[in-house]
Write a protein that binds this ligand. Structure first.
Ligand code: TXA
Ligand code: MG
Length: 311
């Protein structure tokens, strides 16, 4: 994709002035602000209606920048070399002299960090003197945006600027791995856990009851289109929107396809925009067919399970 430098300049102008703006990443769009500024990061929480106790992921351009804020270890370097820039976030120990705002960490000693791959945010980061704190650019608990139009949908005129980077290529949030102590996956995401398990001897994600480091955004209803959603449905009800992963004969009236042929990467890429579309079309509920749990299917099922908590 061709990078529009005057847009990068505009984005930098707002960020340098401690405003928060939307930025594209390969996973989903983020609501970004200077991670070193209390004023700028507090705007993220306000706009998203996000509880203060829910910490933010910080986006870096280079390892050199990261080292100013975090302690790194061998396991991190190993994963960094294989997967970065890319759709993986790491929870690391924060350095005592780090300038990261307390808003970002909720006064804790850990920091979630990520090196996004999208060329537009990489270009932007390379022009800034600070890293960017950026949660997904949606109102808390709603569906993450995968385009400029989705961000507008979420925030309308409340947001000062949206840096356009086209449609997010992956469409699901990053995988989060805790690298303090024994590695542990805290959120399934765009990088399939099988790939991580090959490199690290990983424990399975713990259940909410005995999880050590809570991931505040992961414990409740999340990723919700705001209408009831049923899983593993073989026979949708007459007025339901039916969400399918491949084209097939069906006598049901309202079918929405996530892929023509069940390609799970395509399913992931289309998931949030189809949920958004179904909500816009004023359906009262959604029936989703069973989705295989391999590869990125694991993260797709995780998101759908959380969305299905809406009653
Ligand atoms: O793909 C992504 O990760 C996107 C793009 C914009 O980079 N960002 C994203 O951020 O999904 P957010 O805030 O929507 O989700 C981040 C999750 C939250 O559930 C938060 O609780 C958790 O990461 N988190 C942040 N800092 C943490 C920390 N220090 N320890 C454990 N969990 C943390
Ligand atoms: Mg989010």
């Amino acid at each position: 994709m061709k990078i529009n430098l005057s847009n990068i300049k505009k984005a930098k102008y707002f960020l340098d002035n401690e405003d928060c703006i939307a930025v594209p990443t390969e996973t989903v769009y983020g609501l970004a602000a200077n991670a070193y500024s209390n004023k700028a990061t507090s705007k993220i929480f306000k706009l998203k209606k996000r509880p203060k106790r829910n910490p933010l992921i910080v986006h870096y351009h280079s390892l050199c920048d990261l080292k100013k804020d975090c302690h790194i270890n061998k396991k991190f370097l190993n994963l960094y070399k294989k997967f970065c820039p890319g759709p993986i976030s790491f929870v690391l120990k924060l350095k005592k002299n780090s300038l990261i705002s307390n808003n970002v960490t909720n006064h804790k000693k850990t920091l979630a960090v990520r090196f996004p791959k999208h060329p537009v945010i990489r270009k932007l980061l390379s022009n800034l003197d600070y890293p960017l704190a950026a949660p997904s650019a949606n109102v808390s608990n709603k569906i993450s945006p995968v385009s400029k139009a989705d961000v507008k949908d979420e925030f309308g005129n409340q947001i000062r600027y949206i840096l356009d980077g086209g449609r997010s290529n992956i469409g699901l949030e990053s995988t989060i791995i805790n690298l303090i102590g024994k590695p542990e996956i805290l959120r399934f995401g765009a990088l399939p856990s099988e790939q991580l398990k090959k490199i690290l001897r990983l424990r399975k994600k713990k259940t909410a009851k005995n999880i050590k480091i809570p991931v505040p955004g992961q414990n409740k209803l999340h990723y919700s289109p705001g209408i009831p959603l049923r899983l593993n449905v073989t026979k949708p009800r007459p007025n339901e929107a039916s969400l399918l992963i491949k084209k097939k004969f069906s006598s049901h009236k309202f079918n929405f396809y996530l892929s023509k042929n069940g390609n799970l990467k395509e399913v992931a890429k289309n998931l949030y925009s189809k949920l958004r579309l179904i909500k816009k079309k004023k359906f009262k509920s959604i029936a989703v067919e069973k989705i295989p749990n391999n590869g990125i299917g694991e993260a797709i099922n995780d998101r759908l399970r959380k969305a299905s908590k809406f009653k």
